[in-house]
Design a protein around this ligand. Structure first.
Ligand code: DI6
Ligand code: FE
Length: 427
């Protein structure tokens, strides 16, 4: 640690939920020696009376406030938290934010008794969003996604994963990925893009899912390679089977792309275990995951991303096996799954509430799910997800007394500041 150079910004006066594992978190004082103290408190890695130094957007030191020299170089900027809680910037690691139109009409159909599967099988569902997305210009898609993105950012989201999947041909899938990438140019947010070409079988390939999978493997993945970091597939009774999903992942691995999977949402297909064995970074949804799947995920370091918004909106009954995931030490991430069909959700805080109230997770597990474990679900844990030396200074500041208050009340946004690479954001 070099304390000779002035840091650009010092954050003081915050209560800090580092979300670092207590065993790895430590505070480096100006005196030079690491201080392991009772101030680092369990699940949230809480620190009090500690300041954070940020240089070039990165956390360069953490020090007890009483140790900070009183006469600092004038270059230094100060941010005074006035007692607010500071957390890592939130990470929404599973969204489908870019799409045309909406599906309020189908929601009304579901309310009067039609099921999600029935609507999908009769040409609605994902395919109705595909029609609207194909018809939309890049600018229209950008504008509607930007509008949604603002809501997420107002709640402290500083990194988001965005999947394609409403184009279902090469041209339109690339269009969606380009729009997702453009959002990063216009907003203080990091965007990770994922190709979800294997989301549904497009009308041109009706009855010929294998033909479409060939297109995904042979054309779409190679052409999308520079526009995304991961490939996802929807392995489900109403979408692609295990073998088709395997082909998609083999092509992804060949292209050097990471693997993510929509698995075990409506039925058990075995996709989570298969994807884990292919070194998937995450398996998502997982309501029908089995105990032995959990063991395989743990073995391969695959994160379980739970999506309580889809569970809630589809009025599912089967809950993901949180206890088995815990018991097997599988990291759990929580995300919005923001999409026009099964999860028209624009609040990650609400997902934290639902993870607690519907899935019996603890508030600390929920917050870890959208910070430390959300980062793991994107393989970005070296850069973001905790407040530790060497990580990017992406922070959210909250007007709450305790972290549990983030999820305790519904429809209340206590976010009072968002910092991206150390800079306060305005959008
Ligand atoms: N699972 C989901 O939750 C979304 N896609 C998927 O494979 C839902 C997509 C939609 O209904 O539009
Ligand atoms: Fe999804």
């Amino acid at each position: 640690m070099n304390t000779d150079l002035p840091p650009e910004t010092i954050f003081s006066g915050f209560k800090i939920a580092t979300m670092a594992n207590a065993s790895t978190a430590f505070v480096c004082g100006f005196s030079g020696k690491p201080i392991y103290r009772s101030v680092i408190d369990g699940e949230y890695g809480l620190l009090e009376n500690v300041s954070i130094g940020v240089r070039n957007g990165t956390i360069s030191w953490l020090a007890l406030e009483e140790e900070i020299p009183t006469h600092e170089p004038s270059l230094v900027q100060r941010v005074d938290g006035q007692g607010a809680l500071l957390t890592p910037g939130l990470i929404d690691c599973h969204t489908h934010l870019v799409y045309g139109g909406n599906r309020a009409v189908e929601w009304e159909m579901r309310l009067s008794g039609k099921t999600y599967e029935e609507i999908a099988l009769s040409g609605g569902g994902i395919l109705s969003s595909v029609r609207a997305t194909r018809a939309a210009s890049e600018q229209e898609l950008f504008d509607s996604a930007a509008n949604r993105l603002r809501y997420l950012m107002m709640e402290g989201v500083t990194t988001i994963e965005i999947k394609s999947g409403y184009g279902l041909d090469v041209e339109n899938e690339l269009k969606i990925l380009r729009v997702a990438r453009q959002l990063e140019q216009h907003f203080p947010i990091s965007v990770e893009t994922t190709l979800l070409g294997a989301h549904a079988i497009p009308p041109e390939f009706k009855g010929n899912a294998d033909g479409y999978v060939r297109l995904v493997c042979e054309s779409m993945i190679p052409q999308a390679r520079d526009l995304c970091s991961s490939v996802d597939a929807f392995c489900e009774s109403i979408a692609f089977d295990l073998e088709q999903t395997r082909h998609v992942f083999e092509a992804s691995a060949k292209a050097g792309l990471q693997i993510k999977v929509h698995a075990e949402q409506l039925t058990h297909t075995g996709a989570a275990a298969m994807a884990a064995e292919m070194d998937a970074v995450s398996a998502d949804h997982l309501e029908f995951l089995s105990e032995s799947d959990c063991e395989i995920m743990r073995h391969h370091g695959t994160v379980a991303t739970l999506l309580p918004g889809a569970f809630y909106c589809l009025k599912e009954k089967q809950k993901p096996p949180v206890n088995a995931l815990r018991k097997n030490g599988v990291p759990i991430a929580i995300a919005t799954d923001s999409n026009p069909g099964s999860s028209p959700v624009l609040s990650l805080l609400l997902m934290g509430n639902m993870a607690c109230n519907l899935f019996e997770m603890t508030p600390a597990e929920s917050l870890a799910g959208m910070t430390r474990n959300g980062a793991m679900a994107l393989r970005l844990q070296q850069e973001i997800g905790t407040i530790e030396i060497g990580k990017r200074a992406d922070f959210a500041a909250w007007n709450v007394n305790s972290p549990a208050e983030l999820f305790y009340s519904i429809g209340h946004n206590p976010c009072v500041g968002v910092f991206k690479a150390g800079k306060e954001t305005r959008f």
